[in-house]
Design a protein around this ligand. Structure first.
Ligand SMILES: [Zn+2]
Ligand SMILES: [Zn+2]
Length: 156
């Protein structure tokens, strides 16, 4: 599991740190100067899903909109090719089984928000089981670490 120190280490490489700023609370602060136009922070989303279901508007992995093919098992996920399908497979495998078990009526009730919540739970599960890697900046458990770190200041 990623730790607070690991998060600070990864942020330090980017010239950033999490700090308690008196009177303002917890904040992301710069530890070096940044040039105008320089990217300060860039992060892949923890989970994502296209905003349309069952229409094949975008690839589930890269959001490309052409050459899409439907997952033959759940018939809900779409991919632009085998590379994207492979990249998503560990997460989609669990989601796929759950979707495939739904009746057609229930499948029609799936929304992007529901898929996003399911994917969030599944990614946390896979990271906790170390089935997929996690880093200091993409570990959802760090939210807890950040909260417990700041709590003593709230009670002073
Ligand atoms: Zn793709
Ligand atoms: Zn599927």
């Amino acid at each position: 599991m990623a730790s607070w120190a690991e998060l600070q280490e990864e942020l330090a490489v980017r010239g950033l740190a999490v700090a308690s700023v008196p009177g303002k609370g917890r904040a992301l602060v710069a530890t070096r100067s940044f040039f105008p136009g320089e990217v300060v922070v860039w992060q892949e989303p923890y989970v994502s899903t296209p905003n349309k279901i069952s229409e094949g508007s975008n690839c589930d992995n890269c959001f490309a909109s052409s050459n899409l093919r439907k997952c033959s098992v759940c018939r809900v996920a779409w991919y632009c090719g085998s590379a994207c399908q492979k990249e998503e497979w560990k997460l989609h495998q669990l989601e796929c089984r759950a979707i495939a078990a739904l009746t057609e009526d229930r499948k029609k009730m799936l929304t992007p928000t529901i898929r996003l919540m399911v994917r969030l739970v599944l990614r946390r599960k896979l990271q906790n089981e170390k089935a997929i890697p996690s880093s200091g900046t993409d570990n959802y458990n760090l939210v807890d670490a950040l909260e417990s770190r700041i709590l003593p200041f709230w009670y002073i």
